[in-house]
Write a protein that binds this ligand. Structure first.
Ligand SMILES: [Mg+2]
Length: 196
């Protein structure tokens, strides 16, 4: 049986938006976000991080450093018994400075390659799944992948919402103050779609 997942953006959704997060010391979790991930785990969803990290293409930090940052993130989540079932990263950008990562790709959100790869790796049913993020590119990713979506107002979320037009504002299935509120809504509405 395929599982449902909650796909999570990283910056501005789980941890504070700091521009480009270049080293683990700059990682600050948003209040309540680790407990929210634990509630996703406990509810039987896969919790899958999907993140654009063009700072790698831009030469701001390396893939090795990103792994150190993600180890720190996972350790912080583990303090409350939360974990991520998968971490999927797009390191590319068209205007990068590191040749290996400077190209057009099909994995930078809102493109769907990372989500499709996760669905294959983790046996996920996308039509039962959710995407939570603070950017409309996260919401577009959900639309492009057949998932439901929640826009959070942490990070750039409020700014994104304020400049969105009425059409864009109709895209998220829900708008939450933060990840904790997003999980409240998902758990209250899951029976409308999730197969468990
Ligand atoms: Mg974000």
């Amino acid at each position: 049986m395929k599982r449902a997942a909650v796909f999570l953006d990283r910056d501005g959704t789980i941890n504070e938006e700091v521009g480009y997060l270049r080293e683990p010391g700059a990682l600050i979790l948003i209040d309540g976000s680790s407990e929210a991930v634990r509630r996703i785990n406990e509810a039987g969803f896969s919790a899958v991080l999907v993140t654009n990290q063009s700072g790698i293409a831009r030469g701001y930090f390396t893939e090795a450093m990103l792994e150190v940052i993600h180890a720190r993130l996972c350790a912080a989540l583990a303090e409350v018994g939360a974990c991520l079932d998968g971490i999927y990263v797009c390191p590319h950008h068209l205007e990068g400075s590191v040749a290996a990562y400077t190209r057009k790709c099909d994995c930078r959100k809102p493109q769907t390659a990372l989500v499709k790869q996760a669905a294959r790796d983790l046996n996920i049913e996308l039509s039962d799944s959710y995407m939570v993020g603070d950017h409309f590119k996260d919401i577009e990713l959900a639309r492009n992948s057949g998932m439901r979506s929640v826009l959070v107002l942490t990070g750039h979320g409020q700014e994104e919402w304020d400049r969105a037009d009425a059409v864009m504002r109709s895209w998220p299935d829900y708008v939450a103050a933060n990840l904790s509120g997003a999980v409240d809504w998902i758990l209250a509405n899951r029976n409308r779609s999730a197969r468990q």
